[in-house]
Write a new protein. Structure first.
Length: 344
């Protein structure tokens, strides 16, 4: 891609995922499944965001194998590495360079509002790393380094994308070219489908998360047929039959979560799933959800296992992605540095 064509066609997707432990159904339905369906419509860049992963302590050997696993999971889910760009974040140094410039644009007050930092740092805020606090600035750099127009993510990342928009606006106001044009257009979050926030299988008011102590709270992309089946069988529900309307599900978070998961896995609307199952109990619904989840996830986990037999090949794919990503990032960062007043 040339510098000219980048300028002529600013529509571009960027999204990322952290290589920290197993990917779960929330990552798949909230992000990767949407990446796969969008990639044929808009040029897409996907990153395994290893720089974000080290904002909390990581074991180096485990981090390396997680990078391979997450890359394999993304490819096995259907991201087409011939047409889309897939790379690990730390291999494109421009991310950290732009993040530093944005550190000098972003205000402390904006970061103090970030709810995810408050959740992740918990009571021990003084012991959290500066990186964890600063994380949304790096995320803004990830997106804006490619002048991405759209960012497909789950609901939990919305606030971070709003911050990226604030940083882009502030940069535009601080640094103008001779024509007084805005340098960045503001990226839009794309929060798509019925599973924008997949909840824990043990507690329908808590997000499904890699960091939950209970493995039974989530379905991992590497789970076997039996594990998926057992986790769904044991998933918390209630004793009422499924209702006819979504309104009646609002006070039943666990039931709503399972219905949303079914809808997302089958790419249907939640209302059509309710039509299909209203009046039926969970003893009828759960076996069908198990079948659907196993049918969707088994081919992904078996392809993942296949890909992981040859990690050299995965490294090659990431290297190709790195080169393609750099070709886009370098000229954009050069323009940024010119605007700021650096001598390149
Ligand atoms: P991460 O690694 O926590 O999650 C990756 C993607 O999965 C989505 N997700 C969920 N969606 C629905 N239900 C859930 N329970 C659930 N859990 C996670 C997330 O919303 C995300 O889309 N900060 C990001 C990574 C990142 C990034 C970026 C994303 C770094 N730079 C630039 C977009 C653009 C994160 O920690 O995602």
């Amino acid at each position: 891609m040339t510098k000219e064509s980048i300028k002529q066609n600013p529509q571009r997707i960027f999204s990322g995922i952290q290589p920290t432990g197993n990917l779960h159904l929330g990552n798949y339905l909230g992000a990767i499944k949407n990446w796969v369906s969008l990639q044929s419509d808009i040029p897409s860049i996907f990153s395994i965001v290893d720089l974000h992963a080290i904002t909390v302590p990581q074991d180096p050997a485990k981090l390396r194998s997680s990078i391979h696993e997450v890359t394999a999971a993304i490819i096995a889910s259907g991201v087409d590495v011939k047409n889309s760009i897939l790379f690990n974040q730390s291999s494109v140094k421009e991310h950290t360079e732009l993040a530093w410039i944005f550190n000098c644009v972003c205000r402390i007050g904006w970061l103090n509002r970030m709810t995810q930092f408050k959740e992740k740092a918990g009571k021990n805020r003084e012991k959290a790393t500066v990186g964890l606090y600063n994380y949304p600035v790096l995320m803004a750099a990830d997106i804006l380094l490619y002048k991405a127009s759209h960012v497909p993510v789950g609901d939990d990342q919305k606030q971070h994308i709003e911050l990226a928009r604030d940083i882009a606006s502030a940069f535009n106001n601080m640094f103008k070219n001779e024509k007084q044009e805005d340098f960045f257009s503001l990226p839009e979050p794309l929060i798509l489908g019925t599973a924008t926030r997949v909840m824990s299988l043990r507690d329908g008011t808590k997000k499904m998360s890699k960091s939950d102590d209970s493995d039974a709270s989530r379905i991992n992309l590497t789970d076997t047929r039996d594990q998926i089946s057992n986790k769904i069988k044991k998933a918390k529900t209630d004793s009422n039959p499924l209702p006819e309307t979504l309104d009646e599900l609002k006070t039943r978070p666990e039931a709503l979560n399972l219905i949303n998961i079914y809808a997302a896995l089958s790419s249907q609307k939640t209302s059509s799933i309710l039509e299909q199952f209203s009046g039926k109990g969970f003893s009828y619904f759960k076996p069908q959800l198990i079948e659907l989840a196993v049918d969707t996830l088994s081919p992904i986990s078996s392809e993942m296992r296949n890909l992981l037999k040859d990690t050299k090949e995965i490294d090659k794919i990431l290297k190709i992605g790195q080169e393609k990503a750099k070709n886009i990032a370098e000229p954009i960062l050069k323009d940024v540095k010119n605007l700021v007043g650096f001598i390149n």
